[in-house]
Design a protein around this ligand. Structure first.
Ligand code: KG4
Ligand code: ZN
Length: 336
């Protein structure tokens, strides 16, 4: 069974073909990062227009690269939320047209849920439950217990900024560029992570995250140090503070839930400091850690196809009427 995945929730247009939910046949991503860079963030209306330009040529390219015909596709999985409404509508409309034309089922997919499935796809495996999932991106810091397909118990989330947002804002403040996460990582590689004392936000406060205080703390150091500021040390100290925050809370969750499988997902899951600290944590609890490959960390349609494959039985029969929803919570019912 070949599932075609379509993703356009933010600034990446992506089309992929995945076999039986576990093998990527072809996966293409058209990034708009260069266009949005000069604005320091994604401009929704610009993103919608770029998706519209990119999506049909990308679809053609994806089928041609894999030498797969439209008739060979068994079902169509598409991100219908959460994300930017205009960009989402481009992908969803394309998917509906494809489903109508081919007569094949349409499976609406929750983008955040799909990020978790990406780690299983990277391992060529079907999702296994239960597992603890930590989703860290430009918009999310969610710690969930996944109990079955589309069944999640949200243990904690951020009360303000997400970690990717923190990296992006700090990088912008320091005039390092956009997106901030990879630049902060690169800059911090040679730094001393104990040089600058930064707070551990919400330490000892259960599963709740907060990252805006860290941003303020960094800005205070920048103002205080002036020309003496050591950028690599600051970037290393910041990543250390963020990863230690996750170590504390994920450690608590491993202890309290008894889960022995841990999944790291989302754009910030590409961060090497966080990956290393999660690896050590999993080892300490004798838990299995599944990490997405770097390609599957960032937004991609392969994870949408895989998640669609494993949740197809839950999709409503009248899925052609499903709407794009900007804030569709993971595990929540499909939206009409
Ligand atoms: O999941 P994603 O591609 O998009 C959404 O936010 O949904 O995540 C993008 C975020 C950005 O904030 C970016 O700065 C961050 O992920 N990011 C990283 C790294 N690569 C991307 N953060 C830290 N270290 C990285 N290597
Ligand atoms: Zn994403």
């Amino acid at each position: 069974m070949i599932t075609i995945g379509i993703e356009s929730s933010c600034d990446d247009t992506s089309i992929a073909l995945v076999e039986n939910g576990t093998r990527v046949i072809s996966s293409l991503v058209s990034s708009q990062i260069e266009i949005h860079r000069r604005f320091g963030g994604v401009v929704p209306e610009v993103a919608s227009r770029k998706h519209l330009e990119a999506i049909l040529p990308l679809l053609r390219e994806c089928l041609d690269a894999a030498d797969v015909k439209l008739e060979e596709i068994g079902q169509i999985a598409v991100t219908s939320g959460p994300g930017l409404l205009g960009p989402l509508l481009v992908g969803l409309s394309t998917a509906k047209a494809l489903a109508w034309y081919t007569g094949k089922p349409l499976i609406p997919v929750n983008h955040i849920e799909a990020h978790l499935t990406a780690s299983f796809l990277a391992a060529g495996r079907a999702p296994e439950y239960p597992y603890l999932g930590l989703i860290v991106s430009g918009g999310h810091a969610n710690l969930v217990l996944a109990e079955g397909p589309r069944q999640y118990r949200v243990l904690g989330q951020t009360v303000d900024d997400a970690p990717g947002e923190l990296f992006d804002k700090v990088a912008r403040h320091l005039k390092l560029g956009y997106p901030g996460g990879p630049i902060v990582q690169k800059t911090g590689e040679t730094g001393n992570n104990k040089r600058y004392q930064l707070p551990r936000p919400m330490a000892g406060k259960g599963y709740t995250f907060s990252f805006s205080g860290l941003k303020t703390a960094v800005m205070r150091i920048v103002a205080h140090e002036g020309d003496n500021l050591d950028l690599p040390d600051l970037c290393a100290s910041l990543q250390y503070a963020v990863s230690e925050t996750f170590v504390e809370k994920v450690g608590l969750a491993l202890k309290e839930t008894g889960a022995r499988r841990l999944i790291l997902a989302g754009g910030v899951a590409a961060n090497s400091v966080l990956r290393d600290s999660m690896q050590k944590l999993a080892k300490r609890y004798q838990a299995e850690l599944l990490l997405p490959t770097l390609h599957l960390c960032t937004d991609n349609a392969a994870m949408i196809a895989a998640h669609g494959y494993f949740t197809a039985h839950l999709a409503p029969a009248d899925s052609m009427l499903v709407n794009a929803v900007a804030n569709w919570e993971m595990g929540a019912p499909y939206n009409f």
